[in-house]
Design a protein around this ligand. Structure first.
Ligand code: DGT
Ligand code: CA
Ligand code: CA
Length: 579
């Protein structure tokens, strides 16, 4: 795509011109950059078919800019731009991204301190060279450092859990607009991937201009990448980018299908369409010139001989084949993946007995509000002194309080559990006497993460062999973007869990999601039972369950794979008969 490249160059030309204090011209280049970036057609195609005349028809493109487009398409370079770069040889693209740093300041930094890159900028700020410059000061220097930190942190992908609340807020705001007829997430956020590159939103409206105007003036926007009738793109101060596409009603299903992805899923689906003599794109499903489908996603899948599957499955991991089998009446079709409403309770939450934020009563009340039938209190045990882990005596005391509370509840029960620590040899940090008195026991690794694969695997399997242990918490120990999995033979652990009748946790904390989707799928294949828990240390974190459920769905987990879809009695029966 030449459009993106040209838009980037024009934006940089605008920055350089602004740096030199040139009036009006920067604005013209910026405007051209925005229109070119949001053009549906590639400029090189426009030029090929219509020549210079066609370029001049693009809004915001006059003689001088048309010259530059032509030059770029012919030579791959724009001399004017190269000249500007030579005059002030700074990495403008990088520097301009730092909040509070405009072209004028960048120019001063280059002239006085020879700063060309972000790295040099950071060094100068740390040595307090910037505060001394005329027009800068301490505050600006601090802001620059903060801006650099922010950029470093936000390079790469965002956790679903940190991005989804903000995304839903935007979705709701747009939904309330009377010009918006239909609205949905698309892309990875609709597929509920554990990390998100950018947020994609689709809207049906017959008044795209109104919707676009509203969208590009949302509070908290720090950059508008593009603003057009069908596509707009913004960056929010939190660092997230949001893409908005406005679609005519007739293409809604096709666009939703296309932009939900994944790309891999779409490639296969498009192949199927071609094999059957259709053409599939974001506008619809076509036979020759005739549109035969595209108003809904269901319709597209159906015409192509599939049944529609939930977005979480669309990763080209066998869902297309399964959907075809199902459409053909084969019983081995798509899985009946679980739903959040199937979850009857959460067995991993920490109370104020081990330093969590809320009392047992508060947690019980929050769980009841969520419609749960039970909530398991899994306070840490004594090894974890920093987490106020409970010893045998304290655990006993806590159990008595739970027993008292349980007398008051109707159709709800607090379960007595713990999250014990797995010691280096696989033993449990608390005695069997104390474990026996509990409704269930979770064990997890909270120390010595770095062991060799064989030793770590044996350590975990040893813990599972303890007859009182029911559940292994956060089995791989990974923290997304922060810590890798332990060195373990997960396959061996799955097999041991299956043989021993032990349960593996799907931890819903946004930076854990452990087991992850692929591991869940594998555990299910082996026949290991799992549980979706939150690991909440605060009552509000019970809401994280949705992220664990999403991960379970992406792992094709069905009701029978997940034990906390059971009623209280069935669950307790299960624990009694497996340990
Ligand atoms: P992300 O944003 O990196 O978390 O992942 P996605 O899946 O949201 O990707 P994004 O935002 O680049 O594009 C949204 C969807 O648009 C993507 O899931 C599928 C569709 N799409 C984008 N580019 C292509 C493409 O080149 N070919 C096909 N078939 N589909 C594409
Ligand atoms: Ca995306
Ligand atoms: Ca996108």
């Amino acid at each position: 795509m030449k459009n993106k490249e040209l838009a980037k160059i024009f934006n940089e030309i605008a920055d350089f011109l602004e740096m030199q204090g040139v009036a009006f011209k920067p604005y013209a280049y910026q405007k051209a950059a925005i229109t070119i970036q949001t053009l549906e057609e590639d400029v090189s195609d426009i030029y090929k078919s219509g020549g210079r005349e066609a370029l001049l028809k693009i809004p915001g493109v006059g003689e001088s800019i048309a010259d530059k487009i032509e030059e770029y398409l012919k030579t791959g370079k724009i001399k004017y731009f190269e000249e500007l770069k030579k005059q002030t040889p700074v990495n403008i693209e990088q520097l301009i991204d730092i909040e509070g740093l405009g072209p004028k300041k960048i120019k001063i930094l280059y002239e006085k301190l020879k700063i060309r890159t972000v790295k040099q900028l950071e060094e100068a700020a740390r040595k307090h060279k910037i505060a001394k410059l005329f027009g800068f000061g301490e505050k600006t220097e601090q802001n620059i450092l903060q801006g650099i930190e922010f950029l470093k942190r936000n390079k790469g992908r965002f956790l679903l859990g940190e991005i989804l609340p903000k995304a839903e807020e935007i979705l709701t705001q747009l939904k309330n607009l009377k010009e918006v007829e239909e609205i949905s997430f698309a892309g990875s956020i609709r597929r509920m991937k554990e990390t998100i590159g950018d947020i994609d939103i689709l809207v049906v409206s017959s008044k795209p201009k109104k919707v676009t105007e509203f969208f590009t003036s949302l509070p908290g926007i720090i950059k508008i990448w593009g603003r057009g009738a069908t596509k707009s793109s913004i960056r929010l101060k939190e660092g997230f980018d949001v893409d908005l596409r406005v679609i005519p009603k007739i293409s809604y299903g096709a666009a939703l299908q296309y932009f939900t992805g994944s790309k891999e899923h779409n490639i296969i689906l498009r192949k199927i369409a071609i094999d059957k003599g259709y053409k599939l794109n974001e506008y619809g499903l076509f036979k020759g010139k005739k549109m035969v489908g595209g108003k809904t996603e269901e319709e597209i899948y159906k015409i192509l001989g599939l049944v529609m599957m939930p977005p979480e499955l669309r990763e080209d991991k066998g869902e297309i084949e399964a959907a075809i089998r199902q459409a053909e009446g084969n019983p081995n079709g798509l899985p009946q993946i679980i739903d959040q409403k199937d979850i009857k309770g959460d067995l991993h939450c920490h109370s104020n007995w081990d330093g969590g934020a809320n009392s047992l009563e508060e947690l019980a009340s929050a769980a009841q509000k969520m419609g749960y039938h039970y909530l398991g209190i899994a306070d840490h045990t004594k090894f974890l002194r920093i987490e106020h882990g409970l010893d045998e005596k304290k655990l006993d005391k806590r159990n008595k309080v739970i027993d008292q509370l349980n007398k008051k509840f109707n159709n709800f029960r607090l379960l007595k559990g713990c999250e014990a620590n797995i010691m280096n040899d696989g033993s449990i940090d608390i005695n069997d006497e104390a474990l026996k008195k509990l409704d269930y026991v979770i064990a997890g690794i909270h120390s010595n993460f770095k062991m060799n694969k064989q030793v770590m695997t044996a350590r975990i399997i040893n813990a599972l062999k303890n007859p009182h242990v029911d559940i292994l918490s956060h089995p791989t120990g990974r923290l997304i973007n922060r810590r890798d999995e332990y060195q373990i033979d997960l396959e061996k652990i799955f097999k041991a869990a299956k043989d021993l009748g032990k349960i593996l946790e799907i931890n819903s904390f946004p930076d854990r999601l452990d087991l992850n989707d692929n591991n869940i799928r594998r555990a299910k294949e082996i026949g290991v039972k799992m549980i979706v828990n939150t690991d909440a240390h605060h009552q509000d974190q019970l809401r994280y369950i949705r992220f664990g459920v999403a991960q379970a769905r992406r792992g094709w987990a069905e009701k029978q794979d997940i034990i906390n879809t059971n009623s209280l009695n069935d669950l307790l029966w299960f624990f009694k008969h497996t340990s």
